[in-house]
Structures are given as C-alpha cells and as structure tokens.
Design a protein around this ligand. Structure first.
Ligand code: HEM
Length: 226
C-alpha cells in the first residue's frame, strides 16, 4: 500500500475522499439527468423553470458549492493517485481484489477521469458559464416572468454534429469510468459484504450503462429533430 501524502493526508484518506465525492457525484448525475429530460421532449417552459429553480433556490445553491468542491477534490485526488501509481509500478490503481482489477476500465480510471474532466470543462463553458455570466436570450413565461432561455441555448448547441458526437463519445467514456468507479467506491469505504457486494456490482454496471446512455440520447434526439 502506497503511503504518499495528498489532499487530506494519507493515500487511504485520499481514497476515502475519492469514494465519498464519487458517490455524491453519482447522485448529482441522477438529478441532473432527470432535470435534462424536458430538453429531449421539447418542453421549453419546464426546462427553463427547472434551470431557474436550480440556479436561484438557496438550498440548491448551497448544494451546488458542495458539488463544485466535490468535483475539485475528486479530480485533484484522482490525478495525485494516478501519478503515484505511475511512479510505483507495477502497483496499479487501488489494490482491490480479484477479477475486478483485470477490467480495462479499472486499469484506466485515471485516463477516463481526465477525459471526463475535459468534458466537464467544455460542458460548463457551454452552458453553466453562459447561464451565470453570459448574455443569453430572455424568454417570457406565461405568467409574465422573465426567464433565461437556457433551453434554446442548449438545443441550438446540439444542432452541431461535432458537438453531439463529442457528447456521445464523452458519455461512453463516462460509462467506462462509472463501470469500475461505482462499485469500487463501496470497497474503498470498506462497505464489502459477501451477500451485498455482488448486488452492488450489478447496480454499478446498471448505473454505468443506463445513466450515460440516457444522457447521450439527449443530444442525439435533439440533433435528429433539428
Ligand atoms: C446530455 C447531457 C447533458 C446536458 C444536456 C446537460 C446540460 C446542462 C445545462 C443546460 C447546465 C446549466 C444549468 C445549470 O447551471 O444548472 C448544466 C450544468 C452542469 N452540468 Fe450538465 N448536462 C449534461 C451532462 C452532464 C454530465 C454527464 C455531467 C457530469 C459528468 C454534467 C455536469 C454538469 C455540472 C457540474 C453543471 C453545473 C451545475 C450547477 O451549477 O449546479 N452534465 N448541464
């Protein structure tokens, strides 16, 4: 076991933080996916109201800061772990047990994480930055309220083929990252059990397939409908 110091101390503490932040980010993905479904259905009002709620409701704003911090901790610790593993070959990413170690995604978690980070930077620039700091069209809701038209901004972005392909490829890579990451987070937290660990693995595989697939469907449906 490597003992290098990283964010929050030892490499064991680092793995704990990666697991905790990773599972928190997984819960964000579910909420984010549900919130984005109206985009695919052409529900402009629902999406713009949801976007306003998510960016203005105080509790959600507070959770957003936790989310940004989780991304930073997860990415920084992941990069430190990747560098540490590269320096200490043949010891690979987290010395977990058995067959799980053999999967391609488990051996390339760092690389997959870096791809996901690149995706998030591009993604945040396209939508989050524009929503918070850019000039986006205003849209008048039926009760006269002025809403930022994030719906049109998003739907317009997915009329570009390259941007749609970028999302589909990114979601495939995110799926590979989650394929190993979801269940290994439970192992890092010491939550292993002969009866429940196989179920967690199945839940992880399901999560890694379904969540990115539905995310990827959003730009594809919008592109094909445009
Ligand atoms: C088709 C896929 C996706 C679409 C259409 C989409 C759309 C959006 C939009 C419109 C926003 C700006 C609204 C806001 O600031 O709340 C946003 C924010 C964000 N997205 Fe996505 N997203 C997608 C996938 C993802 C994925 C896979 C991740 C993470 C791996 C992600 C991470 C984020 C984050 C961290 C924010 C900022 C949230 C906040 O400010 O609280 N998104 N997304």
């Amino acid at each position: 076991m490597a003992t290098g110091k990283g964010l929050f101390g030892s490499s064991i503490a680092r793995k704990y933080w990666m697991a905790l932040t990773g599972l928190f980010l997984c819960s964000f993905l579910v909420i984010h996916l549900l919130g984005n479904i109206p985009l695919m259905l052409g529900h402009q009002d629902d999406f713009n109201l949801y976007a306003r709620f998510m960016t203005t409701f105080p509790v959600i704003k507070a959770v957003s800061y936790l989310l940004y911090a989780s991304f930073v901790v997860h990415a920084v610790d992941g990069i430190l772990l990747m560098r540490q593993n590269a320096a200490a070959r043949p010891v690979k990413y987290a010395a977990y047990n058995g067959a799980a170690n053999a999967s391609w995604s488990s051996r390339n978690m760092g690389l997959l994480g870096v791809f996901t980070l690149v995706f998030i930077v591009v993604h945040l620039k396209s939508f989050w930055y524009e929503m918070h700091f850019g000039k986006i069209p205003v849209y008048i809701y039926e009760d006269g309220t002025e809403l930022k038209d994030l719906y049109t901004l998003t739907v317009t972005a997915f009329q570009e083929l390259w941007y749609t392909v970028f999302y589909v490829v990114s979601m495939a890579l995110l799926g590979l990252h989650l394929w190993h990451g979801f269940s290994s987070a439970f192992q890092s937290l010491g939550l292993t059990h002969p009866k429940y660990t196989p179920m967690i693995k199945i839940a992880g595989a399901f999560f890694a397939l379904v969540i990115p697939a539905v995310f990827a469907a959003i730009p594809v449906v919008i592109y094909l409908a445009s």
